[in-house]
Design a protein around this ligand. Sequence first.
Ligand code: GLC
Ligand code: GLC
Length: 807
Amino acid sequence: MKYGHFDDAAREYVITTPHTPYPWINYLGTQEFFSLVSHTGGGYAFYRDAKLRRLTRYRYNNTPVDDGGRIFTINDGGDVWSPSYRPYKTELDHFETRHGLGYTQITGTRNGLEASVLMFVPVDTNAEIHHVTLTNTTDAAKQVSLFSFVEFCLWNAEDDQTNYQRNLSIGEVQVDGSAIYHLTEYRERRNHYAAYGVNAPVAGFDTDRDTFLGLGNGFHEAAVPHAGVSGNSVASGWYPIGSHHLSVELAPGESKRYVFTLGYLENDPEDKWEAPGVANTAGARALLERFATSDAADAEFSRLQEYWDDLLGSYTVSSPDDRLDRSVNIWNQYQCMVTYNMSRSASYFETGMGRGMGFRDSSQDLLGFVHLVPERARERILDIAATQFPDGSAYHQYQPLTKRGNHALGSGFNDDPLWLILGVAAYIKETGDEAILDEMVPFDNDDTQADTLMEHLRRSFNHPLDKAGPHGLPLIGRADWNDCLNLNCFSTEPGESFQTTGNRTGGVAESIMIAAMFCAIGPEYAELARRRGDTAEAERADAAVAQMREVTAEHGWDGQWFLRAYDYFGDKVGSAQNAEGQIWIEPQGWAVMGGVGLDDGKAVAALDSVHERLNTDHGIVLLNPAYTEYHVELGEVTSYPPGYKENAGIFCHNNPWIIIGEALLGRSEQAWQYWKQIAPAYREEQSEVHRLEPYVYAQMIAGKDAVRHGEAKNSWLTGTASWNFVAVSQYLLGVRPGYDGLIVEPRIGADIGVYTVTRVIRGATYVITVTNSGGADAVVTVDGETIAGTVVPYAPAGSTVQVEVTV
Ligand code: GLC
Ligand code: GLC
């Protein structure tokens, strides 16, 4: 069952009912001002940091789910409704929400009045625009009231939800004509404020929530819109809001448009006041003046669309399958940009108050956006590397505002260092900017301990070698990629963090996943050394990788698949000998990528075992059989009910590792099949099972042991976005950047017969036409000449290269 459809020409998902199985959201904003908006107008806005500069209030864990947000209310002769359906739930004659790239348009129609709200954050502007159009489609004149509503958050979202003894006394506002200013704490240490204005005279306003709603009323019973008259309330403490009342006359067939602007503004500390007690609102007035006309708002909206055109132009595909095309050209890349902007901070599953930026998460996110914003990727790499310790380990997370490592969480996740090499390699392949390796980068954010980025990579490379266990495999530390495999933790205290409670130092627990990662990522480091002329270092690295491949094949092999780990006691994890958790997904894909067991059948056997033991119609589960009991020696993974999250859920982040593994083995049909199982556009038809947005990936789909097999959770902010983009664009469609040229190795199902990829890289455009039969051997011609191999050399910037590939 579907709740809407894709409109590819407009690059939108069109939701045709308010009754989706869960709020289906979108993101507004490109630089510093961001908003989340659901298909019924829920969500919130913030400036740079979702915790510390939250502009509008949102209640997680709420009932009804997704209450509040931006509410536009129509009172049409006593008939009260909203184009977003919520909160009044008055039936609409027509409802439609269009989620597009950086904007959302909600339209509702009732009794011959069409109301549409286009929401977007203009490029380079710290404001959210609500462009409202009211159209009278009847033969008679209409006189209606339009009420706007946002609820201000008192800036620090966490404090806002906890510190009532103070906060209920500090709310302050100022009203000036059609402009409402939210000024809480401005009198003291805040040099910023918010403004909510409209480009028309108002019949009234409200800034006090209890006046607007009526104490004890829900949003759906709001007193002011039902009465049709504003209270002209000026908040003093309690709950400041912004609401305008417009009185609108519409002739038959007439349309009127209004621009509402919700802005964030900063003043110089010396320039805060216009007069004693009167805030300096010149900045806000200038902002509102910029959006004084619908034409101005339209022009800004066009500029936003051009911004996205530019951004998404560097990788496009045209194939016989529109689900493939829309995934690659629009939604997967869009999700990668959102994960770049948000990291893991604010979604409908992340409250915007919790986690900082993950070292490994950010390094992997890079893989999905490096081609979109290479300069910002460069900056991100240097930020991440600066949180590395001199011994090569790293802070597991850092804070985006300060860019400092997070002491509370510390380090000890022994996979972290390797991801930095992978991210840097991807950046250099994309841009050719090897000079980044000479950048001086601090260790532990301490400039006195700076060294070159290349030296950071050397320490990353050495870390798993320095921290090897009894079998010569890398020690796992607190956890590797799988945050929930905590082999040194042994927690029996409810609520204790599995990630930070390290009550055993270990020295035994080894990770086959890190070993396999080392085999896959280590050669990138060797190549970078070689390119710098450091042959001795390259040879040392090659030898270490060859050695690790041997150790992995010998001590990491269980007979039909690769083991997952050795635990604290040296016992096997992920072995046929175990009662539960016999086979895990992570080492199988990584071992193949790492070239382990390619010659002796291990690689093929491992992936065959994945198919047999882990695959389902909804994707590949993380492990099998699911753990049914808590194992103190394995940690958080066994804390989840069977089939959810890391305990045998379908973690969409690691399915691509198998897809890439299959592609590398030349098993194109299998790779293609696996990708379609989890790709949202292919799951759209079963949206009632999947439940989350059909245009973006979710972190997890419940596995076969779960009560709700096939149900997704945690959409949007997940490494799933970047890894799936890598899988589909670089391995299935088979166009991936190398150091000296574009590698063209298609591995996609035979049903995708002829397709064209247009790739812009290093300033040149490659038009790659593939005639595909589902096999794995490709003949490549470049501008009419057949080349040996599959590497199309990089051409000078400005040129266009025609590539023909026959598979
Ligand atoms: C979450 C974390 C990521 C981790 C994964 C598996 O997605 O953000 O760092 O690798 O879970 O545990
Ligand atoms: C929990 C989650 C896991 C996440 C970790 C770190 O363990 O299950 O997915 O990676 O927290 O935030």
